[in-house]
Design a protein around this ligand. Structure first.
Ligand code: GLA
Length: 391
């Protein structure tokens, strides 16, 4: 991130004053449970998005991303904060600023800003939620608004749901807003109560495996899964006094699943219920130091996402199924929304090199192009940095 300051000076002919960072995230277990009122267990990673900024005297906001230089400086003013296709990536900060103002906070003047991220593009590691929370801490820092993290998290979700039009849950923004170094966050998405759990990997590493598949249609399929879960819930509610699928135990689901008339919809609901139970169990295993059992639950999670929720696809399945065959693998599963994007694996330190070679070549052979591999470190949530940190 050494170029952020010099890029800012080149473009805006003045020194930036403040620096900020927001991470990306991986989810260890608890997939497609957040919008079903269940539990998730994500963590923030050290890959993320950096910004340097300086307040202006007028109402203008000028943004430049070193990741999209071809888009140049994107400009808008504080009194015109509507979605605009041509504003491209800048719609995320724009939406965030709009909802911060609508929530009653005063942003008296605009700012200039350069951002740069090292989250692999389109990989499903939440680069968009990272920009939302980055904008949140940036506006907070520049204007000393003292907006609580939990409120920024909710505003970020609102941007995604209302400004961008993806009906996502709260997991990504929560992990990015509340992340803590070397800890996972068990979040109850119904009540928003949460608990940090130290991730003690002993002699293992978390690997991120990127399918490099373009996530076409991902948003519309995502919204379709949500609708299916809503349909299942509505049918279960004919008999059960529940507000979400996350309130059901496996037994309650099995006894009442006949209420769900469509077989596909029944499978979707089954995943939501069982995955939620698995996530709670996974935390217990981790706290008890049973990493092997944790890994088994990760594997079961993938199978359920493959067979019942049907969001994996051949790319993610090829990576994960190859991963399962390697020595020294504790567990492996897709992470995030699915339909392409990334999978994760917990792998013994001394096997990492072999693992990457073997899974990499199995993937290339089957899919026809390469996967990328990164070692994940678990880092802090969105925050202001010292200017020194980006020099
Ligand atoms: C995406 C969404 C999250 C969550 C996951 C699936 O990352 O943004 O809210 O639903 O998919 O677990």
């Amino acid at each position: 991130m050494m170029t952020l300051r010099t890029t800012f000076i080149d473009l805006f002919r003045t020194e930036p004053r403040n620096a900020f960072f927001a991470p990306g995230r991986i989810n260890l277990i608890g997939e497609h449970t957040d919008y079903n009122g269940g539990h998730v267990f994500p963590c923030a990673i050290t890959y993320g998005t950096y910004a340097v900024a300086k307040k202006r005297e007028d109402q203008l906001i000028r943004l430049y991303s070193a990741n999209f230089p071809e888009k140049g400086i994107i400009e808008f003013d504080l009194n015109h904060l509507n979605y605009a296709t041509e504003d491209n990536w800048a719609n995320y900060p724009k939406g965030m600023i709009r909802y911060i103002i609508e929530a009653g906070y005063q942003i008296p003047a605009g700012f200039d800003c350069v951002i740069q991220g090292n989250i692999p593009n389109g990989a499903g590691l939440s680069s968009s939620a990272s920009i939302e929370l980055l904008t949140g801490v940036l506006v907070n820092g520049l204007y000393q608004l003292e907006i609580l993290s939990i409120e920024l998290i909710k505003l970020g979700k609102q941007v995604e749901n209302q400004f961008i039009g993806v009906n996502s849950g709260i997991m990504d923004q929560f992990a990015i807003g509340m992340g803590k170094k070397d800890a996972g966050i068990l979040l109850d998405c119904q009540t928003l109560s949460y608990d940090y759990a130290p991730i003690k990997l002993e002699n293992n590493k978390i690997l991120i495996m990127n399918t490099n598949k373009r996530r076409e249609l991902a948003d519309s399929k995502y919204n379709e899964r949500r609708r299916e879960c809503e349909e299942a819930l509505a049918q279960l509610q004919q008999k059960l006094p529940i507000e979400s699928l996350g309130q059901l135990s496996e037994e309650e689901f099995e006894t009442n699943k006949f209420l769900i008339t469509n077989e596909t919809v029944r499978k979707r609901a089954k995943h939501a219920v069982y995955e939620n139970v698995r996530t709670i169990k996974a935390l217990q295993e981790l706290k008890a130091g049973n990493l092997e059992a944790f890994g088994q639950l990760m594997n079961q999670s993938h199978l359920s996402l493959r067979d019942d929720y049907e969001v994996t696809g051949k790319e993610l399945d090829s990576l994960v199924e190859a991963a399962w065959k390697q020595p020294g693998v504790i567990g492996s599963r897709m992470t995030g929304a699915g339909f392409g994007g990334c999978a994760i694996a917990i792998v013994a330190n001394e096997e990492v090199e072999n693992f990457i070679a073997n899974v990499g070549s199995a993937y290339r052979e089957k899919i026809g192009y390469v996967a990328d591999f990164y070692v994940a470190s678990i880092g802090d949530g969105a925050k202001e940095l010292e200017m020194e940190a980006v020099r």
